[in-house]
Write a protein that binds this ligand. Sequence first.
Ligand code: ADP
Ligand code: MG
Length: 475
Amino acid sequence: MSPIREEVLRDENLIRSLEEIAKDTALLNGVLMRTKETPNSPELVSYAPFTLFPTPVPTALFYQALAVQTHFNRLVDRVSQNPTFLEDTLASTIKVDDFTARLFSIFKQVHQECQSQPIVLGLNRSDYMLDQNPDGGTSLKQIEINTIAASFGGLASQTPDVHRHILKVANMLDECDHILDNNPAAGLARGLAKAWELYGSERAVVMFLVEDIQRNIYDHRYVENELWKNNIPVVRRRFEDVCRTGSLDQQKRLFVNGQEIAIVYFRNGYMPQNYTSEQSWEARLMMERSLAVKCPDISTHLAGTKKVQQELAWPGVLERFFPDEPETVAQIRATFAGLYTLDKGEEGDKTVAMALANPDQYVLKPQREGGGNNIYGKEICEVLENTKSSSERTAYILMDKIQPRPVQNYLLRPGAPLKLNSCLSELGVFGAYVRKGNDMVFNECVGHLLRTKSSEHADGGVAAGVAVLDNPLLV
Ligand code: ADP
Ligand code: MG
């Protein structure tokens, strides 16, 4: 299925002229990324990779994803406030997964100190693919929810105008109205602003904790600049800066480079490689102990693990989090794909047998973020055969493989030759919430993101160089 007629897709002259117009329009609209060669300099930038045409998404499924987002916000928040649930759920994982174990030990340490910051800020992105049903329909299935460093809310605010312009030039005026405006950057900033206001100190700053390599800085800048518009000061710091100059005062206020930090907004710290030294871990612990609002705090970070996702899909578990809300439970559960435990025991053994019998129907997932970590096809068999009788298998969960319908499109990427590709898309929905004590004072769905990749690639996001930015064309 494609809204773009076959003769348009195959009209080489038209495609070539659209290619140049598309890239120029992306640059004019600030859909930017720094280059691989000079990621820390603004002297040479390029466009962020994107699709030539927007991708059709059924209107009802799109709105279903938006409608369930505030429920996911509350779910993540409730999971994060349930230490017993987190502890029970992650018990098997942390025995074999060092990274999750380290995060968990910070969680335990801080929890014992009972020093919790009453203001909680969550900025997340729930990702979906549209699964083809046997009856020919499609359904919305969640891939995962990102509770830390969910990206592309900034650039996604700029891409609708690019695709509208391309459609106009391609003489597809009617389709332009089927691309919605989108401004996650403003929504994420509203969440940050609310938390900053509640923190209650004019001088205190919002600290974006960023990586050393800053290729995707413009995505951040959109959110930063929204805050500056409201006179909320923002600084960008790395783990190293926090290690060198960070400290807590008597009241546990966090200071970095002499400035009081109201919010630590993690755009880093989600992968083991982000912690280059013991000092980085110490810095994470110090920030966690501080009075600064953490986005996310350590328990919200853990609430976003794949093991927690799998446990939430177990019968009866959602009901524990929403005891009086069967509608909410039903709405959330409708988006779940099959998720299976690999814990030691009968259930885990059943999962292994099922995966070995039909490996192409599943994805094997470790507790990692950032793309490129999942295992597919016959490699699933290799891993499971090797870990069958050891506890190593509990580092993973198994998930039904979602099978979206491929769509033909061109992917525009600096330096890559243009070619018609069979593509798969993933819809992300941004959520923002702020809780003060027991009161949810802000809970919103703040926008969306469509990412598309060639169907040759089983895995990988935009930052990993596999997926590109896209827009839903509602059909
Ligand atoms: P990460 O935290 O690394 O982003 P994801 O769970 O999002 O992990 O998986 C990475 C990519 O793998 C997704 O963007 C998607 O393309 C693919 N993928 C993940 N789970 C599935 C699934 N159940 N079915 C099909 N593809 C999947
Ligand atoms: Mg992902």
